[in-house]
Write a protein of this length. Structure first.
Length: 320
């Protein structure tokens, strides 16, 4: 009897393992996207659900062209009048594509949609070149780099037809590579006053901040965060590369900037009770501004002010 039970168990186990392997094999796949008739293609962006991919491919004439791939079809997005283009970013739903294309004379950033085609985003005032690398989830905000009147590359944020120069970290040049889902946080690289490349994060309220300074406590002596290439949708995680002094080499990094602000009832220390400790925390931080204030910014408006204080006072004693 025991032998029969063991035989049935082994048979069931074998069947379960085979089913599991079949499921794993079915869930994993790779799809080669092909080309536009040329001998090479490269992908740089993908939609949230993985159904749309963007990048560039050589066409049959050997010209580099931006593409949008969906349902097995690679679409040539054309150019702004020149013979080359490339796509680097796509919105969450795959409907908006950004990158660069040559006009009749220069390389310009573009924003493409099925209804409007390829839109030239222009350049900074009196500049002549621009390139787009990232786009917000809804496709409304585009980031990249553009030259200014002095011919210097500057990180830009484009929205509603306006290209904004995000400045530098004291040096000459900068470029933006990634943007949060809502378009409020931009990351990239910028020259410091000493001429070195440093990773940056930009917000409207805080401007351009040097991640080497902001997160210096996380870095060993001699380590440098050189480039921030992408940012998570919620703005919390930043990735890029820099110099790791501990290993003596250039390495990719993942930076966790900590939880983003969540509005609450005044329980600043999250101990379940709104009390004196919470009131004092808000008072000591009163007047501070920025996007990383933590729970002292009770209503998450990036300023510790009367509104935060009133919330604590209104809920004083709750949960105690």
């Amino acid at each position: 009897m025991m032998q029969v039970v063991h035989s049935r168990f082994n048979a069931l186990l074998s069947a379960w393992v085979l089913a599991l392997l079949a499921t794993v094999a079915w869930s994993q796949s790779i799809t080669w996207l092909g080309t536009l008739g040329g001998n090479q293609s490269e992908a740089y962006g993908v939609s949230a659900d993985g159904s749309v991919v963007v990048g560039w491919s050589y066409n049959a004439d050997g010209q580099r062209r931006a593409f949008r791939w969906e349902n097995g079809v690679m679409q040539d997005l054309g150019t702004l009048g020149g013979d080359k283009s490339a796509a680097f970013g796509v919105s969450a739903d795959g409907s908006v594509v950004v990158g660069w294309s040559y006009t009749a004379r220069q390389r310009h950033a573009f924003r493409w949609t099925a209804s409007g085609g390829m839109q030239d985003l222009g350049t900074l005032r009196r500049g002549d070149k621009s390139e787009a690398y990232g786009v917000s989830a809804d496709g409304a905000v585009v980031v990249g780099g553009a030259t200014n009147a002095a011919g210097q590359w500057r990180a830009f944020r484009w929205q509603n037809g306006v290209m904004q120069d995000l400045g530098t970290l004291g040096g000459r040049e900068s470029r933006a590579y990634g943007v949060s889902a809502d378009g409020s946080v931009v990351v990239g690289e910028a020259e410091s006053a000493g001429g070195r490349r440093h990773a940056f994060r930009w917000t409207a309220s805080g401007g351009m901040e040097d991640l080497n300074i902001t997160y210096a406590s996380l870095l060993t002596d001699g380590s440098v965060l050189s480039v921030a290439s992408a940012i998570s949708p919620d703005g919390r995680y930043i990735v890029g590369w820099g110099y790791n002094a501990a290993t003596g080499r250039t390495e990719a990094y993942l930076l966790d900037t900590g939880p983003r602000c969540t509005a609450h009832n005044g329980d600043v220390d999250a101990n379940g009770c709104v009390d004196d400790a919470d009131l004092l925390a808000v008072l000591f931080a009163f007047g501070n501004t920025g996007s990383d204030l933590g729970r002292v910014d009770v209503n998450c408006d990036q300023t510790v002010d009367d509104a935060d204080l009133l919330i604590v006072l209104f809920n004083f004693g709750s949960g105690c």
